[in-house]
Design a protein around this ligand. Structure first.
Ligand code: SF4
Ligand code: SF4
Length: 294
């Protein structure tokens, strides 16, 4: 089984639109949306509800008012100003509580409970392109590195039980904990970039990350025609570092047209652009077939 993760240094490069098209083109696969802080692959794939599970991560303090003596120690010790006082009644503001456990440790009455925090849900759904493993965090929750690991684990189990040969993931953007979790165990990272100074800068950072974890990296320069010189510079950078430039894709209104129609671009009648996207996917499959970097 192969794992391909589509990433980008930042949002807005066309990563999800292309992942949606690849989900259409790939066969015998599980699709996984690891961009859990801002998931939007479901907007293109329109999943039908399947299995849903609660996701818990970290802890949040809660005061049991039957035990609380109203001494006020927790309020004076909380560095995050999360303890609320209403007359003699103490409570915790869950949006401010950082789960540091100080109030639990020091409450003389043992009145502070410390349950796991319910942060959102993860799902295994059906789509017109097969199964999708994805999640939705509650507003304000961003504990996503662990959730990414949960989704990857579920996708692997599902792929194994259903005999799938590929896990295609829409990875988290950036270079932080979620993208590192996204990349763990991947055979191939596909970075979607654009020929702007920030696109180049972000690509260099994700390339460094992939180099550090010895993950094979292929690069798609999206909207290359908006700045051909910038695209040449990116290509030169990739060559110098041994990363393959998989494709240079032109800016094309067909991407927006597909999005408005709630489709992926390769579902529309064939054009030069969709032909290029198909070729791009074929090249990704070839690279992924080489397996992990030794
Ligand atoms: S420290 Fe414990 S007993 Fe004192 S106010 Fe806080 S919860 Fe109540
Ligand atoms: S767990 Fe920490 S942050 Fe939360 S209320 Fe207690 S002292 Fe404050």
């Amino acid at each position: 089984m192969r794992e391909v993760v589509v990433i980008s240094g930042k949002g807005g490069t066309g990563k999800t639109s292309l992942t949606g098209a690849f989900a259409h083109l790939a066969s015998n696969k599980i699709v996984c949306d690891l961009d859990v802080d801002a998931p939007d692959l479901h907007l293109l794939l329109r999943p039908q509800a399947g299995r849903t599970e609660e996701f818990f991560s970290g802890h949040v303090a809660q005061i049991d008012n039957r035990q609380c003596t109203g001494c006020g120690l927790c309020a004076s010790m909380c560095r995050y100003d999360a303890v609320r006082v209403d007359g003699n009644t103490y409570s915790i503001d869950p949006l401010r509580c950082e789960g540091c456990r100080v109030c639990v440790a020091f409450c003389p009455a043992g009145a502070v409970l410390f349950p796991e925090k319910h942060c959102g849900h993860w799902h295994i759904s059906s789509t017109r392109f097969g199964r999708l493993v994805h999640a939705r965090l509650f507003p304000g929750e961003a504990n996503s590195g662990r959730l990414v690991s949960v989704l990857k684990q579920q996708a692997r189990q599902l792929a194994k039980s259903e005999g799938k040969e590929l896990i295609l993931s829409d990875g988290a953007p950036g270079i932080g904990c979620p993208v590192i979790s996204s990349l763990s165990g991947a055979d191939l990272a596909v970075a979607v970039t654009e020929p702007t100074p920030s696109g180049r800068h972000d690509l260099e950072r994700v390339a460094e990350l992939c180099g550090h974890f010895r993950i094979r990296l292929g690069v798609i320069i999206n909207k290359f025609d908006l700045n051909p010189e910038g695209a040449d510079g990116i290509e030169e950078f990739c060559r110098s570092k041994g990363h393959e430039v998989i494709a240079r894709l032109a800016h094309d209104q067909i991407v927006t047209k597909a999005m408005v129609a709630g489709l992926v671009v390769t579902e529309l009648p064939e054009t030069d652009f969709t032909r290029e996207v198909r070729k791009t996917w074929a090249r990704i499959e070839e690279l992924a077939a080489r397996g992990k970097k030794s």
